[in-house]
Design a protein around this ligand. Structure first.
Ligand SMILES: Cc1cc2nc3c(=O)[nH]c(=O)nc-3n(C[C@H](O)[C@H](O)[C@H](O)COP(=O)(O)OP(=O)(O)OC[C@H]3O[C@@H](n4cnc5c(N)ncnc54)[C@H](O)[C@@H]3O)c2cc1C
Length: 350
């Protein structure tokens, strides 16, 4: 297989899948990407708000990760390249009194919206959106991709699952039941997010980021203070994260009740009632990694370097949960899987 050009299906167009697909394509492989959502980015997501009373502007509220840190030299290099390309900017929010500095006081933000980074990575690659993969089937030495019980693409040498572990477990079950069990056990935290637009607050509006020490809120952000976001005169754009504990206790609470509770908590946080022009909530069942998962070796699979790769069958898994969590972990995991796939194609394959 030395120098072989493989056909690879990447399931998931978040940062792990995008980084994996980009690295595979750059290594000469033929890649197709599948995602269940309308667009790419996964948890690096932005909700577009097109109709806000009193304004014609189209706004975006970053209701997934608000930003991210870059620690490792490899990821920092990637991020700085993104900054030079105008895809990433550094944001240093003004902190509310008594708030701890999140991610060292500054964070990286994709511009003009969070999915922009994944869009750029995937720009020239075949992408199937609105395609929920509910089966991956191996026949002979080839993989096919199934959605709604129908084969939507086939003839792949390898499949890379770049989706949260609990969702990957469903697809892994038949092929690698041992991985499915491990994936199910990865501890992920849920987060309810309130996003919305209000009239500018009468008080408490001179900061961009607050981390309340108690109560239901973990994080309060002024989205319009981020780089390259549209700001509207006399209005404020909010993204509010509930704590994992509060979210856990309200997992099945109806969204309208969650919205009302979080709006009341935000009013407490800013010190007065807010006049809402738009509000919505989103429940992330698998928002962030609770703790770093083990990286033990399993039979017939390389579990090294933050990705799972079964060289014998051409099945792989990557994502934030396999490489320490967060955007940086997801990116590194996607690249690690691409390296393992490429090494297999170049002769390491069993
Ligand atoms: C509220 C919130 C706050 C966060 N805060 C931070 C932070 O401060 N710093 C930080 O570094 N990280 C943070 N994160 C985590 C960070 O966003 C993630 O670690 C990272 O984006 C995960 O990338 P991924 O590619 O591994 O997974 P995802 O982004 O989840 O991508 C998976 C993709 O797979 C798709 N998919 C899933 N199942 C299927 C299927 N069956 N068929 C087809 N497609 C499928 C999904 O639509 C999605 O696009 C936060 C996340 C959330 C939600």
């Amino acid at each position: 297989m030395k120098g072989a050009r493989m056909r690879v299906a990447v399931v998931g167009a978040g940062i792990a899948g995008a980084a994996c697909a980009r690295a595979l394509a750059d290594a000469g492989h033929a890649v197709q990407v599948f995602d269940k959502s309308r667009g790419v980015g996964g948890r690096m997501s932005t909700r577009r708000v097109t109709s806000v009373a009193g304004a014609d502007a189209v706004l975006g509220l970053d209701h997934g990760t608000p930003g991210f840190a870059a620690v490792g030299a490899d990821f920092l290099g990637f991020v700085e390249e993104g900054q030079r390309a105008g895809l990433l900017a550094r944001w240093t929010p003004r902190l509310a009194p008594h708030s701890a500095a999140l991610q060292g006081g500054a964070m990286w933000v994709a511009t003009p919206d969070m999915p922009a980074l994944c869009r750029a990575l995937l720009m020239d690659l075949p992408l199937h959106t609105l395609c929920t993969v509910d089966g991956v089937r191996r026949s002979g030495a080839m993989w096919s991709i199934e959605s709604a019980g129908v084969t939507v693409a086939d003839g792949f040498d390898a499949v890379a699952l770049a989706i949260p572990p609990q969702q990957a477990a469903v697809l892994l079950g038949v092929h690698r039941p041992d991985w499915a069990v491990r994936a199910q056990a990865v501890p992920m935290l849920p987060v309810w997010v309130l996003m919305g637009i209000t009239d500018a607050p009468a008080s408490g509006g001179d900061w961009h980021l607050a981390q309340p020490a108690s109560g239901p809120l973990a994080l309060v952000l002024r989205n319009d203070a981020k780089p390259a976001r549209a700001a509207l005169a006399a209005q404020a754009q909010w993204v509010v994260h509930a704590t994992p504990d509060w979210t856990g206790a309200h997992l099945d609470t109806p969204p309208d009740q969650v919205q009302a509770l979080l709006q009341a908590a935000l009013a407490d946080c800013v010190g007065g009632a807010l006049a809402w022009r738009f509000a919505a909530v989103h429940r992330w069942l698998y928002a962030t990694l609770a703790a770093v998962s083990g990286d033990e070796q399993t039979d017939g699979a390389h579990a090294c370097a933050g990705a799972w790769w079964d060289v014998g069958t051409g099945l792989g898994v990557c994502g934030d949960a396999l490489a320490g969590g967060g955007v940086e972990g997801a990116w590194r995991s996607g690249r690690a899987l691409a390296a393992l796939v490429t090494a297999g194609a170049n002769g390491d394959r069993a």
